[in-house]
Each structure stands twice: as structure tokens, then as C-alpha cells.
Design a protein around this ligand. Structure first.
Ligand SMILES: *Cc1c(COP(=O)(O)O)cnc(C)c1O
Length: 386
């Protein structure tokens, strides 16, 4: 019957259309969507500006090879460089590919310097993707089983532990790759000064700092990029998920001295940065400005956080409320499955982050009434799972 590979454990649900913060299944039942395709549908579903932009672009040109100049790609690179204060961009199609490109660039940069530095240090419980190199960088054993031999040149340190990183950095270290908030690994927010201290360590040792903002980037945490809140700038930045608002696109940005190592012929992608995906990303970024979505993220985040903290006081199964902006999590004292199922039955979609964390990733366009409704369904569900 099912000709698909069974690599996803799917929920018994088939979603066929969406509008704003709501989706509808094949039975006509509506759900409040606090998953957003895992932080992808930044503008919600069927946003008129995005729909119009990609429709018009399809009538003009969908794809053009990187054999030729692509003005929309140059325009998008310019906007992202200006917003991130980085110097140059490379476009691909996913988060894993953006990280893959970042690892290649970091190694090539050191090779070009005549240095032996090749090792990439990542954090325990991180998530960086499913390609061989990015799953190797991912600090979770469960994603690696059966895929050996894995690429060499990766090392791991506990997250939010500056001393451990200081001990791990040596003459082989090319780069440190970190998520500003660990998303898939359980919505871990590090201590206030962590990224700043990591930045100092990297500078002191000639090591590149790669920030994986595939999930935290594009406004998700209340600033365009989460690193802005740490008062630092990475050498290399990776983006994907929310960037295209649902059209697949990934990006890897870098400071000029590092970016220069991707000279002609060193890296590439057939689809990367084609006119359709760049048009989508440019539209997402322009709507974020015209609709003041960063302000909305902060306002709805405060409201959702307040509601989650109130529930924590009432329901002893909630251990912790965590995260920033509209990347929020509830740690439970047991498996999160029954709560997710109860919410789904009552019309709210949320997503797990590890076995015991419920993650809330509403569209950046979510409004107060929808957050209120979600909190109501969540409370009913907490009551029903006891
Ligand atoms: C989702 C995610 C990735 C992988 O992105 P894909 O588009 O699935 O390849 C990488 N890093 C982080 C932090 C992510 O959340």
C-alpha cells in the first residue's frame, strides 16, 4: 500500500490546507498550528503577500542555473548581509546543506592559511542535520547508529560549559558550531554570557565560530538572529527553516576573510538560491518589516510565557518553562506523548523536543486571541492527561 520509506513516525493526521495560524485536515477538522512545519511557516499559511510573490515569480522564471547571474539571489544576499552584519552569502536548500557548507568553508579557510586545523567541535544534544557530516556533528547518539564509518574530525563538548570548551580546543580545532538555543535537543537556553565567552575563546585561539541559526534565525527568538541578543557576531551563520516561509531555501553567511575561501569551483548547488526560493525569502523578510513581526514575536512570547508559567504553578507535571521568543518549551516529568495527543484531539498542534519537552513554534504572525485559545486547549489537555 504505502510506497514511502517508513523513516518518519507520523501522527495519524493528514493536513490538506491552512490559513494563517490554522490548518485543516482531510476530514475538515481545524487545528491551531503551533508547529508551523517545525519553525518553517514563519508567516503562517497562505499569507497573501507570499502567495502573490511566488505566483508571479512562477510566471516569470522558477529556476535558473548558477552558471548565470541571478539578480534575486544578489538582492537576498545583500539584505541578509546587511541584517546580520556579515559579508557574503551562499544559498542552498536546507539546514543540513547550510551546515555542510559551513563545515567545508571552515576547513578550507584554515587549509588556505596553511594551517592544520580541521576539527569541528559541537555540543552534546545539538542538532545540525541528517547528512553524514551534519549527523556526525549532531551530539546525539541515536541519529548515528548504523551509519558508520562517520567522517573524521568532529569532537563534542557539553553545551553551556565554557571550561569544557576551553579544554577541548587545541591546535587541530578549525571551528566551534553551536545553536544559540538548542531546539531539537530540548529547547536549552544557555547562560547569559555563554556565547560571549565562546566568542572570546574562539578569538583567542584562531578558531572560527559557526552559529547554526537554522531554527532560531529569522525572528524566531524576537530578534532577526538570536546572536544579536548575545552582543556578538559569528564568523559563519547558517539559516534555513523560516527563511523561505515554506519554500525550501538554506543560507550560509560568513565574514569576508572566511568567505573568500569559497572561490570558483570549490562548492555549489544546482537548486541553491534559484529565483523562486529567493523571491520567497525576500518576501518573508519584507513582510517581517511591514507587519512589525519582531514586535509581535516579543508581545506574543510574553503572553504565551506568562500563560505557560501560570500553568506550571497549577500542574505539578510541568517542571520547567523554557526558551525565548516563539521558540518555547514545557519540560514535563514524564513522556510528552499523551499531552501532545490530547492537544491534537482538542485542536492544537505542538511538537516534541526530546522525550519530555513540548515545543511551541507558532507562526511569527500569531495573534493574542490564538495564543489564548492555545493556552485554553493546553490546560484542558493537562487536566485530561492528569
Ligand atoms: C532543523 C535543523 C537543522 C536541519 O535542517 P534541515 O532543513 O532538516 O536539513 C539543522 N540545524 C538546526 C538547529 C535545526 O533546527
Amino acid at each position: 500500500m504505502d510506497c514511502l520509506m517508513q523513516n518518519y513516525a507520523r501522527y495519524p493526521l493528514t493536513l490538506v490546507r491552512g490559513q494563517g495560524s490554522f490548518v485543516e485536515d482531510d476530514q475538515g477538522k481545524r487545528y491551531l498550528d503551533f508547529v508551523s512545519g517545525i519553525a518553517v511557516n514563519a508567516l503562517g499559511h497562505a499569507h497573501p503577500a507570499l502567495t502573490k510573490a511566488i505566483t508571479e515569480q512562477a510566471q516569470e522564471m522558477l529556476h535558473c542555473s548558477n552558471l548565470y547571474h541571478i539578480p534575486l539571489q544578489q538582492e537576498l544576499a545583500q539584505v541578509l548581509c546587511q541584517k546580520s552584519v556579515l559579508d557574503a552569502a551562499f544559498f542552498c536548500n536546507s539546514g543540513a546543506e547550510a551546515n555542510e557548507a559551513a563545515f567545508k568553508l571552515a576547513r578550507k579557510y584554515h587549509a588556505d592559511q596553511g594551517s592544520e586545523r580541521r576539527t569541528i567541535i559541537s555540543a552534546v544534544d545539538s542538532f545540525h542535520g541528517r547528512t553524514l557530516a551534519t549527523l556526525t556533528a549532531t551530539g546525539q547518539e541515536k541519529v548515528k547508529y548504523g551509519f558508520d564509518p562517520l567522517p573524521a574530525g568532529f569532537d563534542y563538548v557539553p553545551y553551556d560549559d565554557v571550561e569544557a570548551l576551553e579544554k577541548a580546543i587545541n591546535a587541530d580545532t578549525a571551528a566551534v558550531v553551536l545553536e544559540p538555543i538548542q531546539g531539537e535537543g530540548g529547547v536549552h537556553t544557555p547562560s547569559e554570557n555563554y556565547l560571549l565567552e565562546v566568542r572570546k575563546l574562539c578569538d583567542a585561539h584562531g578558531v572560527l565560530l559557526i552559529l547554526d541559526e537554522v531554527q532560531t534565525g529569522i525572528g524566531r527568538t524576537g530578534t532577526m538572529f538570536a546572536f544579536e541578543q548575545a552582543g556578538i557576531r559569528p564568523d559563519v551563520l547558517t539559516l534555513a527553516k523560516g527563511l523561505g516561509g515554506g519554500v525550501p531555501i538554506g543560507a550560509m553567511l560568513a565574514v569576508q576573510k572566511v568567505a573568500a575561501s569559497f572561490s570558483a569551483g570549490t562548492h555549489g548547488s544546482t537548486f541553491g538560491g534559484n529565483p523562486l526560493s529567493c523571491k520567497a525569502a525576500l518576501t518573508v523578510l519584507s513582510v517581517m518589516e511591514s507587519e512589525n513581526l519582531l514586535d509581535n514575536v516579543l508581545a506574543q512570547s510574553a503572553f504565551l510565557l506568562e500563560g505557560l508559567k501560570a500553568l506550571q504553578l497549577k500542574y505539578s507535571c510541568i517542571q520547567k518553562v523554557k526558551g525565548k521568543g516563539l521558540l518555547l518549551g514545557l519540560s514535563l516529568d514524564g513522556n510528552v506523548g499523551p499531552l501532545l495527543e490530547a492537544c491534537r484531539t482538542k485542536g492544537l498542534l505542538i511538537v516534541p523536543a526530546g522525550p519530555s519537552v513540548a515545543r511551541f513554534l507558532p507562526p511569527l504572525t500569531v495573534n493574542r486571541q490564538e495564543v489564548e485559545q492555545a493556552l485554553g486547549i493546553l490546560e484542558e489537555s493537562l487536566v485530561s492527561v492528569g
